[in-house]
Design a protein around this ligand. Structure first.
Ligand SMILES: Nc1ncnc2c1ncn2[C@@H]1O[C@H](COP(=O)(O)OP(=O)(O)OP(=O)(O)O)[C@@H](O)[C@H]1O
Ligand SMILES: [Mg+2]
Length: 343
């Protein structure tokens, strides 16, 4: 639905060139919710602004629904933008207009009649849970309500794509959850493809189907969200995953812990798996079969893109050969990584 090909954006500031986007190619499947995550300054906002040409790429192509929008005339671009809604961290509402009039604005600008506007706006206010707020002004709304208005306004021109730049970053955790649930709803009900830029892995975990990580203007890793959580490949991806599963440092064995193996030291492994109630029977079986013991240091079930995923940290105790056999057996059945040893 959205395809970026060799996208590059260079800013010239104070005589120096900044390559904010460096040869990025990515493909957002129709109907998906696609997350782009990265640290501050990675180029995320620039990337998403290139998708509706708020920022003009220095090089490369931006295809939306098969159309290369970098080649359109101004008039054709205005038309193409009706297909692309956008919401921001700071809502960008007009303070002098009511909720209804804010949502109506894009339709007014497009020359719609009063009746056409009412027919479009009222269902959107219902969809976004603002039915009783239509005559309120932005200053009378909470942050979450303001973002709902911004979402309704972005949907007014019936776009096929919704771009979200840090749409929940100014909101508290509970409001964030409700806005994410609304975005998922919109994606399912209206079949809108959503591209989300965020620095919060929780956003990716909660609603995205696919995710890309950006670092210094490049996409360094890209995957289906579940696979991304199961086996992150780059160090940055591993850091983001650990933050999302709230993994804690293993303080109770810290003094005996070493990343390197040594004589008689026992491995500490991180086990990741999809589904509930899978790993406990597996561990019991391995323990029996190979006569090893499992000391569970941490265990957690998280919901990743609506599926249960388990994350566990265990110390395996036993004879070296039996530990090896246990590891080999487990590796064939779950995602497993030896993170260190305790003596
Ligand atoms: N208009 C501009 N002129 C010059 N440099 C810019 C401009 N906009 C962005 N940059 C630079 O491009 C790089 C990427 O910025 P961008 O805003 O895309 O990052 P980001 O990933 O969205 O960061 P954050 O998470 O802080 O919002 C930064 O180094 C930034 O300073
Ligand atoms: Mg940004």
């Amino acid at each position: 639905m959205i395809e970026l090909k060799q996208l590059t954006k260079v800013f010239t500031a104070g005589g120096a060139d900044v390559k904010a986007i460096d040869d990025v190619s990515l493909s957002v499947p129709e109907g998906s919710i696609y997350g782009v995550i990265g640290s501050s300054g990675a180029g995320k906002s620039t990337l998403i602004r290139c998708v509706n040409l708020l920022e003009k790429p220095t090089f490369g192509q931006v295809l939306v629904d098969g159309q290369d929008i970098t080649r359109l005339s101004d008039k054709a671009l205005r038309q193409a933008r009706h297909n692309i809604g956008m919401i921001f961290q700071h809502f960008n509402l007009l303070s002098s207009r009511t909720v209804y009039d804010n949502v109506a604005l894009p339709l007014e600008l497009a020359g719609a009649s009063k009746q056409e506007i009412a027919d479009a706006v009222l269902p959107l206010l219902e969809l976004t849970g603002l039915g009783d707020k239509r005559e309120s002004y932005p200053s009378q709304l909470s942050g979450g309500q303001k973002q709902r208005v911004a979402i309704a306004r972005a949907l007014a021109s019936k776009p096929r794509v919704l771009l979200c730049d840090e749409a929940t970053s100014a909101l508290d955790p509970q409001t964030t959850r409700s806005i994410l649930a609304l975005l998922k709803d919109i994606n399912k009900q209206l079949k809108i493809t959503i591209l989300i830029i965020t620095h919060e892995m929780d956003v990716v975990k909660t609603i995205c189907d696919r995710v890309a990580i950006m670092s210094y203007g490049k996409i360094i890793e890209e995957n289906e969200v579940e696979q991304f959580f199961l086996s992150p490949k780059t160090e940055l991806a591993r850091e983001f995953v650990r933050s999302a599963i709230h993994e804690k440092p293993i303080t109770d064995i810290e003094s005996r812990f070493s990343p390197e193996p040594s004589e008689g030291a026992r491995p500490v492994v991180r086990i990741t798996f999809v589904g509930k109630g899978i790993v406990q029977p597996l561990i019991t079986k391995v323990a029996r079969q190979f006569n090893t013991d499992f000391n569970i240091l941490q265990a957690d079930i998280e919901t990743v893109n609506e599926k249960a995923m388990g994350f566990m940290m265990v110390e395996i105790v036993g004879e070296p050969e039996q530990i090896e056999q246990s590891l080999a057996f487990l590796k064939e059945r779950v995602q497993l990584e030896v993170i260190g040893y305790v003596g």
